[in-house]
Design a protein around this ligand. Structure first.
Ligand SMILES: Nc1ncnc2c1ncn2[C@@H]1O[C@H](COP(=O)(O)OP(=O)(O)OP(=O)(O)O)[C@@H](O)[C@H]1O
Ligand SMILES: [Mg+2]
Length: 526
């Protein structure tokens, strides 16, 4: 696709347009590959070189003339199959020139030199043109002036004009080929970057993440059991999916089960299934997840929360590939790859007798240890960008941008380990920004503003964005009160008498509020 605005800004194009205008009093009309007009001939803004063109552009019916002539020009060039064609416009004796624009063999559109007369243009021709123009709603004086100013050019000059229009077309082609080439380079670069900065749906360019990607790549083709460890919200499930979707099992099923969600009996029947009559309510046979996941991958989340009895059963299915559905007498055999995850310190649990050592070694064949967000701060801009794009798409909103100031604050904030917190912050700001394109610091949540500074005192008429506007009025007012005092303390260098005066409350009252919101602590901390 051609960018007409960029083309107009090209130095060579500017010069050529100027020369054609000055020497020949001719305008250049851009048409896309479908013959649609691409310049905006707003009579107020466009600097017309051809007076005839200007006046017919100005008349309400005159616009039709141009469209008619475009049609004639396109027909002409279609018929000749040449790069360039000269055509008779709908005004007698008035001509135009049209030239194809091409890049890499593709038709990009056309350039039209509009309009002129040959030097054999007679006064009779002139009269006909005036008549025609008047029928298009122009007053006769204007029509006569337009004809008078219409450029007559000789044969040889027409050849020059052809050269100039040809040069223009060459310039556009070169430029577009260059653009195509540059776009390809950018695309290549992008895929190189994205290969490095992401793995499956995981984002991050920090060293710890690069190491994780390398490890995941290495184990992609292995069939071993994997233990994924990491704090809450560090992406354990994401890793499990990345492993599955890069493995030979990728076309088979991926199932996830949170082992802490059920009590032992329910988990037992969920994982291994049961036979009819195994317990009250077991009205028919039910397949367990191990059976359903046969051939695929089963993600056992929160494995640290399983009971010791369950651990024995898990060990058996991992070692032998067999298990016994609840109430069954004959074991079943399956081929399931298990990926387990936990945020608990399993080694400590072994020491305390809460986790079986044999199971630990069985699941921990390969260990993926995910770093918390606070240990990979350099990934934050990438993650912000990623979540911003993702959430805007999800919510069907136009693209948004985080302002520089807002980004600075987001980067200053000491993020804990959980990526969800960052994700939620982005989501919240997008919702508050609503239709605005820019995400500004006033949309940041209070905890971030409080921590990095920049919480602003609310003035009458200010929007209450950034505050907890849900909940009760009282709690919202308290939030504002707390923020005003906290900001005021910093501003007055913790001089409470000064601040009490500013806020127009008694010193005793201020002190009791400082106690209530525990704001003196901040002094010690900062
Ligand atoms: N590296 C990452 N890149 C992009 N998004 C991530 C990344 N890590 C985590 N997330 C996102 O953070 C959220 C939490 O990830 P996930 O559920 O995989 O973590 P978890 O460790 O299983 O959490 P929990 O301990 O709470 O179960 C998800 O929305 C996930 O998409
Ligand atoms: Mg999880």
């Amino acid at each position: 696709m051609i960018s007409w605005t960029q083309i107009q800004d090209l130095h060579a194009v500017e010069r050529l347009t100027e020369i054609v205008g000055r020497w020949f009093s001719i305008d250049l009309v851009y048409l896309d590959e479908f013959g649609r007009l691409k310049n905006d001939f707003d009579p107020q803004k466009f600097n017309f070189k051809s007076y005839l063109f200007k006046v017919h552009r100005n008349s309400p019916k005159g616009k039709e003339l141009l469209l008619k002539d475009v049609e004639i020009a396109l027909k002409q060039i279609e018929q000749t199959q040449e790069r360039m064609a000269i055509f008779e416009t709908s005004l007698p004796g008035v001509k135009g020139m049209i030239c194809r624009l091409q890049a890499e063999g593709e038709n990009l559109g056309y350039i039209m030199a509009y309009c002129y007369a040959k030097d054999d243009f007679t006064s009779e021709d002139g009269k006909k043109v005036v008549k025609e123009l008047v029928s298009y709603g122009l007053i006769s004086e204007e029509a006569e002036l337009a004809v008078k100013k219409l450029k007559r050019i000789e044969e040889i000059q027409e050849e020059y004009l052809k050269d100039l229009v040809g040069l223009f077309a060459d310039e556009v082609s070169t430029y577009n080929e260059e653009i195509i080439r540059r776009e390809q380079i950018i695309k290549d670069l992008n895929s190189e970057v994205s290969n490095k900065y992401r793995y499956h749906k995981m984002i991050g360019k920090s060293k710890p993440m690069q190491e994780i990607y390398r490890l995941l790549e290495k184990i992609a083709s292995s069939e071993s059991t994997i233990l994924v460890q990491g704090e809450n919200g560090t992406g354990k499930e994401l890793v499990a999916k990345a492993i599955h979707y890069n493995s030979v099992r990728k076309d088979k099923i991926f199932l996830a089960q949170n082992c802490s969600a059920f009590n032992d009996n329910l988990l037992d029947s969920e994982l291994f299934g049961h036979v009819k009559g195994a317990f009250t309510g077991a009205v028919k046979d039910k397949k367990g997840l191990f059976e359903i996941a046969d051939g695929g991958t089963l993600f056992l989340d929160e494995i640290g929360d399983t009971s010791l009895t369950m651990q024995v059963k898990l060990l058996r299915v991992l070692q032998e590939g067999t298990f016994l559905p609840v109430g069954a007498t004959t074991p079943k055999k399956v081929n399931v790859r298990v990926i387990a995850a936990t945020n608990k310190p399993l080694k400590e649990m072994i020491q305390n007798g809460e986790f079986r050592e044999d199971l630990y070694y069985r699941i921990n064949v390969i260990n993926v240890n995910l770093p918390p967000l606070r240990e990979r701060g350099e990934d934050i801009p990438l993650l912000l960008e990623y979540f911003l794009e993702k959430k805007c798409k999800e919510k069907n909103l136009a693209e948004k941008e985080i302002s520089k100031k807002c980004l600075e604050k987001l980067l200053d904030y000491q993020w804990p380990g959980n990526i969800r917190e960052l994700e939620n912050e982005v989501e919240r700001m997008i919702v508050l920004a609503s239709q605005d394109q820019a995400i500004t610091p006033d949309l940041l949540s209070q905890k971030i503003l409080d921590s990095v500074g920049g919480g602003q005192v609310l003035k009458a008429g200010d929007q209450t964005v950034g505050f907890n506007i849900n909940g009760t009025l009282r709690s919202a007012l308290e939030e504002v009160e707390m923020m005003m005092i906290s900001e005021g303390l910093k501003r007055c260098n913790f001089n409470k008498s000064k601040l009490a005066k500013e806020l127009d409350i008694s010193r005793a009252n201020l002190i009791s509020k400082v106690d209530k919101y525990d704001l003196d602590k901040r002094k010690k901390a900062s």
